[in-house]
Design a protein around this ligand. Structure first.
Ligand code: PLP
Length: 368
């Protein structure tokens, strides 16, 4: 058995041994073998959401935030205006990115436990004809909340605007169907539901939108148009690619297919979530979100009582091999446990046993 810790985090997360093993060799970035691997990567990413006929896959070096920043600088022109729909830290981050880039940006906000309301989006688009792009976080990893993608995509398209979707913590598990949902760009990364290692993000961009994006980006390295032209011209990356990360992701994508694709992965995550939620509730922890808006990706829990000491709880679980995650809410005190990664119901059963033991044996309460 592996002695690696079990990562109950939204990424980097627990990966399969085969995924890590795929990194144990060197590739020349301009060699035919790596060019073939890059082509397989791009094709598999599109196929996951039926985007082959309409979109192009553009991988980019860096963490997830890099691809979000690349999409905003490359697709939102200095004369455009972005509306960000925000109900958590990742929506706020998109607002900050747009500001730093000097792009015109406005926000519609909801509390961290409330989903984006499509009707309010429609009203905002009617009220401000200057808005050209709308940005939405699919699963807000801050809390674990699932925003209603389909009705929002429909309303944005009805009003003739472009939708940028941060699907970082949903892509590969929750349904995104580019053949039926009008989405200009889907943004995600290697190290969440795809269960790869960290190091690259990717954008699936509508062909017409990327073709019109020449010279828009204010950044050289984050220019998605140039990155795309590079792949199209010779199959190569413009700048040094994270070759091992690509190899691991291609292996992880083959595993995803073997598992039965996103629907099968979602079933496994839901199973993980259910095992976690029922076990934690039995031990006296309450979920932060209403079940109606909860995605089975990451669970946010309230502390057990006023004197619950998260640092001690964390350390005691880490000593038993389980790495959990601090909370990210702006108001309520909380902590989070991820349900994604190469883990199943059995792992979550063992986690609950460990939590029970920790609560019995060690003092996870601050002194009064
Ligand atoms: C993880 C994540 C990101 C990107 O975060 P990085 O730390 O840059 O990888 C962006 N949006 C959401 C919703 C995420 O979950």
């Amino acid at each position: 058995m592996s002695r690696d810790p079990i990562l109950l985090t939204p990424g980097p997360l627990t990966t399969r041994l085969e995924t890590r093993r795929a990194m144990l060799r060197d590739w020349g970035s301009r060699d035919a073998a790596f060019i073939t691997m890059t082509a397989e990567l791009r094709q598999r990413l599109l196929a996951l959401c039926r985007g082959e006929g309409s979109h192009v896959a553009i991988p980019l070096q860096g963490s997830g935030t890099f691809i979000v920043e690349a999409a905003i600088t490359s697709l939102v022109r200095p004369t455009d205006k972005l509306l960000v729909l925000a109900n958590g830290a990742y929506g706020e981050r998109m607002i900050e990115i747009a500001r730093r880039l000097g792009r015109a940006v406005v926000a519609l906000r909801w509390p961290e436990d409330r989903p984006v309301e499509p009707e309010r989006v429609g009203e905002a688009l009617v009220a401000d004809p200057a808005i050209s792009h709308v940005a939405l976080v699919h699963c807000e990893t801050t809390s674990g909340l699932l925003n209603p993608l389909e009705p929002i995509a429909k309303i944005v398209a009805q009003h003739g605007r472009a939708l940028l979707l941060d699907a970082m913590s949903s892509f590969g598990a929750l349904e995104i169907d580019l053949a039926t949902m009008p989405i200009t760009a889907v943004l995600a990364s290697s190290n969440k539901c795809l269960e790869g290692v960290p190091g690259l993000g990717f954008a699936l961009v509508e062909q017409t939108a990327i073709a019109a994006a020449k010279g828009v980006s204010s950044s050289l390295s984050l220019d998605l148009y140039d990155q795309w032209r590079g792949f199209e011209s010779n199959g190569q990356w413009r700048f040094t690619p994270p070759v091992q990360v690509v190899a691991a992701l291609v292996e992880a994508l083959r595993s995803l297919e073997a598992e039965g694709g996103p629907p099968a992965r979602l079933r496994r995550y839901r199973d993980n979530f259910d095992t976690l939620a029922s076990g934690m509730q039995r031990l006296g922890f309450r979920l932060f979100l209403d079940p109606a808006v909860q995605a089975p990706i990451i669970a946010t829990f309230h502390p057990r009582d006023d004197r619950f000491d998260f640092e001690r709880f964390y350390a005691a679980l880490a000593a038993r091999g389980f790495v959990i995650y601090p909370g990210k809410l702006t108001r309520a005190e909380s902590f989070r446990i991820g349900c994604i990664g190469a883990l199943d119901r059995g792992d979550f059963g063992r986690l609950i046993t460990a939590v029970e033991a920790v609560l019995k044996e060690s003092d996870v309460r601050r002194s009064a």
